[in-house]
Design a binder for this molecule. Structure first.
Ligand code: 3HC
Length: 344
């Protein structure tokens, strides 16, 4: 009895020592800026934080199709409809790359989608606001995609290979999205007074929710410390938010629009803009399901998923048939391909 418990304790110590040294080696790879690939050993906490962040990101892309999707038929010209259609389709593609990146960590697409539909998984707060006017589509492209780029460019250098590689393509596409939004707002600002007023009214509604996209202040951010240690987050929530404000002020000035923040002022000493306080109560309400559109977004997502079930089933039956046909063709050719010229 004594020997058995002694052995168990010794084994546990050896396992702990092995695991500590593997973790040290892993962290050393991160510090050397090496990419971690799916087949590599990784700590459970690394895997967990990646699955959480990548899947939330994927859900955000897919839910993010909804506020703009409703404007495709109402866009003011054929050209604008085509551009918006392509943009919304791109967002769906981003969701797919990201779900695939998450799947390399051993979770299934069904598990991820279930987590979204059951309300367990989060998605970006920004997509729970209403798109009331055409100007909102411009403002979303300019500000929301602009904020997404600011946050996502550093993720192209994140330590996990499949996520970093997905982000490179996503960021290229997001920059087109940002330009199409800016172009819409620019056209409105050059138009009639009522069009410019529409752009200003939209900016007034979207400015603060856009700043919230970057997440809570660093002091309230649960995951930032570990995500930075693991080379996932390269810049903090507050650093990214500040960079976004700094670049966007000049763009608003160029458009002749006023950012709705009386506290916004250039601080020469810091070399940055100072800006007003964010309403964190509103942020947490929206994150926790009480935003203006949380309920309808989820209803729309779930019904799109259910209505698309037959398409997925048909596509998978077709893929199975093709694979069976390909196997049968290989088997039919087998005597020829296994012919041994030396023996012949
Ligand atoms: N909306 C909803 N939840 C948010 C949030 C937001 N804007 N910001 C933070 N949160 C949540 C976090 O998920 C976390 O909740 P959890 O513990 O249940 O997961 C909690 O608030 C605390 O925040 P942290 O700062 O600790 O969280 P992170 O370290 O994960 O930082 C983040 C949040 C900056 C959003 C980070 O996850 C990230 O960079 N994610 C990748 C990018 C992304 O998902 N962007 C979403 C927008 S995608 C998009 O905009 C599509 C484009 O086409 C426009």
């Amino acid at each position: 009895m004594y020997t058995q418990s002694f052995d168990t304790q010794t084994n546990a110590k050896v396992e702990r020592a092995n695991s500590d040294s593997r973790e040290d080696a892993f962290l050393a790879r991160i510090r050397r800026d090496e990419k971690i690939e799916p087949q590599d050993w990784m700590p459970d906490a690394y895997k967990k934080t990646l699955v959480r962040q990548i899947s939330q990101h994927a859900h955000s892309e897919v839910v993010g199709m909804l506020p703009e999707g409703g404007w495709i038929t109402r866009a003011p010209s054929l050209k604008r409809k085509e551009i918006l259609l392509a943009k919304v389709q791109d967002e769906g593609g981003h969701g797919l790359y990201l779900y695939s990146a998450a799947e390399t960590l051993g979770v299934t697409r069904d598990e991820l989608v279930d987590a979204l539909h059951s309300g367990k998984a989060k998605y970006s707060s920004i997509f729970n606001y209403e798109t009331k006017t055409w100007a909102d589509i411009g403002i979303i492209g300019w500000l929301v995609d602009g904020a997404a780029i600011m946050n996502q460019v550093p993720l192209c250098r994140c330590s996990y290979g499949p996520y970093a590689r997905a982000m490179i393509r996503i960021c290229k596409e997001e920059s087109f999205h940002q330009r199409q939004g800016f172009d819409i707002v620019h056209a409105l600002c050059k138009g009639a007074a009522a069009q410019k007023a529409m752009a200003q009214e939209s900016l007034n509604r979207w400015w603060w929710p856009t700043l919230m996209m970057f997440g809570p202040h660093d002091s309230d951010s649960t995951h930032s410390g570990q995500a930075a240690e693991y080379g996932i987050k390269r810049l903090s929530n507050d650093e990214l938010r500040q960079k976004f404000v700094d670049v966007t002020v000049a763009q608003a000035e160029f458009l002749g629009l006023t950012i709705p923040d009386p506290a916004l002022v250039w601080n020469a000493e810091r070399g940055h803009y100072d800006f007003g306080s964010i309403d964190w109560d509103e942020f947490w309400k929206v994150v926790n399901g009480e935003g203006p559109c949380n309920e309808s977004r989820m209803q729309d997502r779930v019904s799109a998923f259910e209505n698309g079930r037959w398409v997925r089933e048909a596509a998978s039956a077709h893929a199975t048939k093709r694979a069976e046909r390909a196997l049968a063709a290989v088997a039919a050719k087998a005597p020829v391909t296994t012919h041994d010229p030396v023996a012949a």
